[in-house]
Write a protein that binds this ligand. Structure first.
Ligand SMILES: Cc1cc2nc3c(=O)[nH]c(=O)nc-3n(C[C@H](O)[C@H](O)[C@H](O)COP(=O)(O)OP(=O)(O)OC[C@H]3O[C@@H](n4cnc5c(N)ncnc54)[C@H](O)[C@@H]3O)c2cc1C
Length: 397
């Protein structure tokens, strides 16, 4: 009789889930104890979200920033299921999947991320475009192509939210639209990038200014129409004409994560221990954007790719340790700084005592992200393409 393998199911193949799965498959398992690793994602591709803006300017292509899971997991022994997780029975340790039979697990990793809430203002759900997924980027490109082909003189774009996503998107949009574009960035605060290092904020401000992006600060959105936007500034409502509205504000936990009988904070994020486990269920690990995490030093861990990547290493190690009967390690978050794309060939980077802007920051950001892409094979394919692309362009001119 063959013994049933321990099954680890990882839900969500993003920065938390995919990297945890890859790391887990590389750990020193004795053959007998090697578990079955199952990665489940509703999409067929991983998305390297920090490079999503480059699809808007055409600087990068889908295959570079969103490789198929099947390709990434080749030769890793990890099983990939493309399926939407619709529910979980934590007592029976069963996962419900859309149009697929239920799946049981011994250990579970929750890493399904979050979503952009576009329902806080009338009309936003119908007329504003979020910018989080590959489909969002395709939808935006489709709208932009339609506007670019039209005979309108100007293309008016409004980006809601002066955080990282809003600022990066406004710069890239402005570069794409060029002379025809009229881009504005709207935020309810007194300044953009409230939590960013001073150097990055100032560099971003300059990049926006150079691109003539109009800044509406201390301004709230009242409603979004099919081609209008109503803004409230100092108690007065003004309705302006727009051709495309991008919504970048906030991250919300999915209904699935909210529905689980696990401890959550007031924002619905799953409360986890420093070992990245659900507080009352040792067999469940959670990481990334859906988790409210304080590390071993009590430091609050931000909802970023950088955090999810670091958590993925600890999560994999702790899964291994929990099966090997070894002590689990409390997560220690290392803030490594931050980078922002500020238009084509321009970026800002601040961290570990280094501040960079312009082309140097752009190149450094590209190289750091190249190194962060999943799997050596994908890094090499993309890196080679980046090296040969300028030559191909030169000879095709
Ligand atoms: C445009 C953009 C730019 C960003 N730039 C940066 C940056 O420069 N630096 C940085 O550190 N962070 C950045 N972030 C944030 C970063 O991408 C997130 O913090 C990170 O992706 C969180 O990782 P995660 O694993 O929790 O979720 P994700 O990476 O979002 O992965 C979640 C996965 O779960 C899957 N999923 C969701 N629901 C289900 C379901 N029901 N069934 C099956 N699968 C499901 C999704 O398809 C997805 O693959 C950016 C985010 C965006 C959107």
């Amino acid at each position: 009789m063959t013994e049933q393998l321990t099954r680890i199911c990882i839900l969500g193949g993003g920065f938390g889930g995919l990297y945890a799965a890859l790391r887990l498959s590389q750990l020193p398992w004795e053959d007998a104890e090697k578990p079955e690793i199952v990665l489940i994602d509703k999409n067929d591709r991983f998305l390297f979200a920090p490079l999503l803006y480059e699809l808007v300017t055409g600087e990068l292509q889908t295959w570079e920033i969103a490789p198929p899971f099947e390709e990434l997991l080749e030769d890793t022994g990890i099983h990939f299921y493309q399926a939407e997780v619709t529910g979980l029975d934590l007592d029976a340790q069963q996962i419900q999947l859309r149009e697929r039979p239920e799946l049981s697990y011994d250990k579970l990793v929750l890493a399904i991320g979050g979503k952009t809430p576009v329902d806080s203002v009338p009309g936003a759900k119908d007329y504003a475009l979020p910018f989080r997924t590959l489909d969002d980027a395709y939808r935006l490109n489709e709208r932009l192509r339609f506007l670019e082909r039209s005979d309108r003189d100007k293309i008016r774009a409004a980006v809601i939210g002066g955080g990282y996503s809003g600022v990066e998107l406004a710069c890239k949009l402005s570069d794409r639209l060029g002379e025809r574009g009229r881009t504005r960035l709207i935020d309810r605060g007194e300044q953009i990038l409230r939590s960013a290092p001073e150097f990055n904020r100032q560099t971003a401000q300059q990049a926006l200014q150079e691109r003539q992006v109009w800044l509406d600060l201390e301004t709230t959105i009242e409603s979004v129409g099919s081609e209008t936007l109503s803004l409230m500034y100092k108690g007065q409502v003004d309705t302006i004409a727009v051709d495309v509205v991008l919504w970048t504000v906030g991250t919300q936990v999915s209904e699935l994560a909210r529905s689980l009988p696990l401890a959550t904070n007031e924002d619905g994020l799953l409360q986890i221990t420093p070992t990245l486990q659900a507080s009352d269920r040792d067999e469940i690990f959670a990481l990334g954007d859906l988790a409210d995490c304080r590390d071993a030093t009590g430091q609050k861990v931000p909802a970023t790719a950088q955090s999810a990547l670091q958590q993925a290493d600890y999560c994999a190690w702790n899964l291994w340790a929990s099966l090997a009967g070894r002590p689990l390690l409390p997560f220690r978050y290392q803030p490594l700084g931050e980078m922002m794309a500020l238009g084509k060939n321009n970026a800002a980077l601040s961290g570990l005592g280094v501040n960079l802007d312009g082309t140097f920051a752009y190149l450094a950001r590209r190289l750091i992200y190249l190194y962060r892409l999943p799997t050596l094979k994908h890094q090499l394919t993309v890196g080679l393409n980046w090296m040969t692309q300028p030559l191909v362009e030169l000879f095709s001119e």
